[in-house]
Design a protein around this ligand. Structure first.
Ligand SMILES: NC(=O)c1ccc[n+]([C@@H]2O[C@H](COP(=O)([O-])OP(=O)(O)OC[C@H]3O[C@@H](n4cnc5c(N)ncnc54)[C@H](OP(=O)(O)O)[C@@H]3O)[C@@H](O)[C@H]2O)c1
Length: 312
């Protein structure tokens, strides 16, 4: 005779992962599994018009208790589209059928959050200064990580220049887009020629390199022009160093051969360590139960500041 008194197994943690790109990022799948999601389902080539229906398809079947064990992740490459998708998913909820949603397209929200939070921490620790008012140059600033870092730094009152190595028009387009969206002020500049790059480095107090992986955007000779430099931070972990002399392991180490001997570097693995912890914590927050949470880049930045504050 079968045992009909057996208690039903606990419901698994399910994560529905939406991306506008043809595939979901394996990095994010691993992170979700390591944060305790047991069933992880990628939905690829999802457009904005599909988000409300997919969300409502995910929320009703498990009852009000099951929703706390159900989550939605939004990936992709487009940082603005992911923010729109997060907003659409949130508006599609039908309380009490409401699940947590976390967006981190191309890792850009958590990476930019880690980058800006670490710069903020070192600026305070090494110089007793704040980011507000500082001249920040973002090389590769037209990319996913760069534009989110630009929005975060400008929101803190920094004077941000978004640089394109290709052409000024591209940098201006990106700058206009984020200015309009977030009510901030940034400018777009070209670093296509050595003279333009040297002039931009000559003005900057903080240099952030967020260009494509495996490309050096500042050589040792270029760095000699950075006469006001306080901090140079590089997110590229693939050799060669994105900024010459800023090793991937550096976490506030002086940079050799720059006009200001006190200038310090922050490398990709130091940033990656904070990014990893931020992404893990955000997934854990989704699973913590209680009220559903909606996690975009402001929440990633708050979490990165908390992680950075806990570092030695
Ligand atoms: N450390 C971490 O934890 C972590 C995590 C995620 C990502 N990352 C790294 O973050 C960086 C940025 O990622 P992303 O997704 O934002 O990059 P992306 O969008 O692919 O590229 C960023 C920018 O790089 C510039 N670029 C392209 N080709 C270039 C070249 N040959 N020389 C100089 N610049 C070039 C482009 O801007 P212009 O053509 O306008 O100059 C592009 O917008 C990458 O290095 C990635 O590996 C690090």
């Amino acid at each position: 005779m079968s045992d009909t008194t057996e208690k039903p197994a606990e419901r698994p943690y399910i994560l529905h992962m939406f991306t506008a790109t043809p595939q979901m990022s394996p990095f994010d799948v691993n992170m979700a599994a390591d944060a305790g999601y047991q069933v992880i389902v990628p939905y690829c080539s999802v457009d904005q018009g599909m988000i409300a229906n997919l969300t409502q398809d995910a929320i009703f079947s498990r009852g009000p208790k099951g929703v706390s064990r159900t989550g939605i992740f939004i990936g992709g490459r487009d940082v603005m589209l992911a923010a729109d998708m997060l907003d659409t998913a949130r508006r599609a909820m039908v309380p009490p059928f409401e699940v947590s949603v976390f967006a981190d397209p191309s890792g850009s929200y958590t990476t930019a959050a880690a980058l800006v939070a670490l710069v903020e921490r070192h600026l305070s620790k090494a110089y007793g200064m704040e980011l507000g008012g500082k001249r920040v140059l973002i090389l590769g600033g037209t990319g996913a990580v760069g534009r989110v870092a630009a929005a975060m730094a400008a929101s803190l009152g920094a004077d941000v220049s978004i640089a394109s190595h290709a052409e000024q028009a591209r940098a201006v387009r990106v700058s206009d887009e984020i200015n309009q969206r977030f009510g901030i002020v940034t400018k777009g500049i070209s670093t296509a020629t050595p003279d333009q790059l040297h002039a931009a480095l000559g003005e900057a107090e903080i240099v952030l390199a967020t260009a494509i992986a495996g490309v050096q955007v500042v050589s040792a000779a270029d760095l000699a022009h950075a006469k006001h430099l306080l901090i140079a931070a590089d997110v590229n972990a693939v050799p060669p160093e994105g900024i010459a002399g800023v090793n991937v392991m550096n976490d506030g180490k002086p940079i050799e051969g720059v006009p200001n001997a006190d200038a310090i570097g922050i490398g990709a693995l130091a940033i990656g360590n904070v990014k990893y912890q931020v992404e893990h914590r955000l997934f854990m927050r989704m699973r913590a139960g209680g009220k559903p949470v909606y996690l975009g880049f402001p929440q990633a930045f708050d979490e990165a500041r908390a992680v950075a504050a806990g570092l030695e």
